[in-house]
Ligand binder design. Structure first.
Ligand SMILES: NC(=O)c1ccc[n+]([C@@H]2O[C@H](COP(=O)([O-])OP(=O)(O)OC[C@H]3O[C@@H](n4cnc5c(N)ncnc54)[C@H](O)[C@@H]3O)[C@@H](O)[C@H]2O)c1
Length: 260
């Protein structure tokens, strides 16, 4: 049990990569605070963990709601006695050509994927510094946080480059407090986000969603779509003491779809 005794909070934990990470953390012995803007999905994941014999509780949390975050972090600490690891996983995407993007697409992607990481990490970092003893912050960034030539996602690319940059800046400033900060950069992960993107991209390219998924597989040397569990195994490593001397990293978990 690599995470026994640890308390881990995660955003966007109600489905997809966040759900897989929450379940994996619990399976390794962590007590998990599952949060999501969709509070019912967070509660369902917490119930799934409890049904499997683990310990978890859920809170509704919109990472763009700065004012709500301190109350949720306080409630997690009150419930579990402490907080050791915070995983900024919540994310959104929309798709379009750069010349056709609406300001709203830019704002929504930046607000959740970039500012949401700032909003939550700042509150958690203040808590961890005051508590002492270090801690860990993890960010689900993306292959699109290192590679700009991703079709139809210029605003998403900008938000994920911001998340990777913020990871490094936080790692530098929080390192002296024993707090590590690392990003995970997944590739083409089969989740509800990908289901939406495959339809949008198919419309933009004039092909079916299945044909778009075939492009994703062809772009991946390991020859299949990534699973949420592929990401979760690396998240467990980053949350564990095995990763104590890693900070400021943005770890590729993409089947070779991008090698930087
Ligand atoms: N699916 C992929 O191919 C892929 C690849 C690289 C990175 N990512 C990133 O992984 C993360 C998880 O994505 P996923 O594929 O599981 O997507 P998903 O859409 O299946 O799940 C995202 C979760 O985030 C929640 N969420 C959305 N807005 C929120 C907000 N404002 N506050 C709190 N929660 C919010 C949603 O309710 C949902 O539960 C995202 O940051 C995404 O950008 C996904």
């Amino acid at each position: 049990m690599r995470l026994a005794g640890k308390v881990i909070g995660i955003t966007g934990g109600g489905t997809g990569i966040g759900r897989a990470c929450a379940l994996a953390y619990a399976a390794e012995g962590a007590r998990v605070a599952v949060t999501d803007v969709d509070g019912a999905s967070a509660e369902a994941v917490a119930a799934e963990i409890r049904a499997a014999g683990g310990e978890a509780a859920a809170w509704p949390l919109d990472v763009t709601d700065r004012a709500a975050i301190p109350g949720v972090v306080d409630a997690i600490v009150a419930r579990f006695g402490t907080l050791d690891v915070w995983h900024n996983n919540a994310g959104v995407s929309t798709m379009g050509r750069f010349v056709e993007l609406a300001e709203r697409d830019w704002d929504v992607n930046m607000d959740v994927n970039a500012k949401g990481v700032f909003n939550c990490s700042q509150v958690v970092a203040r808590y961890l510094i005051a508590r002492g003893g270090g801690g860990k912050i993890i960010v689900t960034a993306s292959m699109a946080g290192k590679k700009g030539d991703v079709a139809f996602l210029p605003h998403y690319v900008a938000s994920k480059f911001a998340a990777v940059g913020l990871t490094q800046a936080m790692a530098a400033e929080l390192g002296p407090h024993g707090i590590t900060v690392n990003s995970i950069c997944p590739g083409y992960v089969r989740t509800s986000m990908q289901d939406r993107e495959a339809v949008w991209e198919g419309e933009l390219r004039g092909m079916s969603a299945d044909e778009v998924r075939r492009l994703y597989v062809d772009d991946t040397p390991l020859g299949r779509l990534e699973t949420a569990e592929d990401v979760a195994r690396v998240a467990v490593f980053l949350a564990s003491s095995d990763a104590d001397f890693i900070t400021g990293a943005a770890i590729d978990v993409n089947g070779g779809a991008w090698m930087g």
